[in-house]
Design a protein around this ligand. Sequence first.
Ligand code: KIV
Length: 272
Amino acid sequence: MSATTGEIKRITTHVIQAMKNRGEKIAMLTAYDFSMARILDEAGIDILLVGDSASNVMAGHETTLPITLDQMIYHAQSVVRAVHRAMVVVDMPFGSYQSNSEIALKSAIQIMKESGAHAVKLEGGAEVEKSIKRILMAGIPVMGHLGLTPQSIYKFGTYTVRAKKDAEAQKLRDDAKLLQDLGCFALVLEKIPATLAKEVSESLAIPTIGIGAGPDADGQVLVTHDMLGITKEFKPRFLRRYLELFDAIGEATQRYITDVKNREFPNDSEQY
Ligand code: KIV
């Protein structure tokens, strides 16, 4: 994991930790396919998350629950093939780690062996302690995920901000400490109050990566398709759109259709 490829230094768990230690923010985005992963890696992203948000973004499901282990591995393989520098973290999908630690270990090993990724991410704290322990004992780096955990959407009932009340905030603090003590190398904090994210980030030695968790997490993550404006309707307060690709791609497609219909594509130089 500490290998260098020519001039390019691979991002590893140690590099991520060193970034927190020197106060450099960590930039993470999701990727599910070769072409996008290549662009994001060449642009210098630190971590690419093969998120189970692929279930929504790539497959059009309403939740992250339906995506399978084999489908996650397929996406992860495509991303790994594209990447020279970024660390690739793969979400363990719903059902691949919750039932018992043996299944969790088997799933994590399958992800690592078949995809060539560098780490796994899974949702939850004390509830999944045994699974995390067993995966870590096999030498697989684990990123935790607390706050809004979309695989539990039917328990929460809504995608609103988590840990606003004292009891839930205290459980999050306890879980964050537990994940660090178990040996997780980093922690996603999703949709929690900025003050709580700041407190947790300052209290932990390991890096936190926020999404909808304010500016004081040690890094930030967004779903790439949201950040680029490919998904149109999803507009939570925390999202900053850097492009409006839904509209741009739609306009390009309309120009192409017009050119084809008007016999303006292909022209003399676009043929053999
Ligand atoms: O699946 C995903 O995209 C995620 C991020 C939102 C952190 O877990």
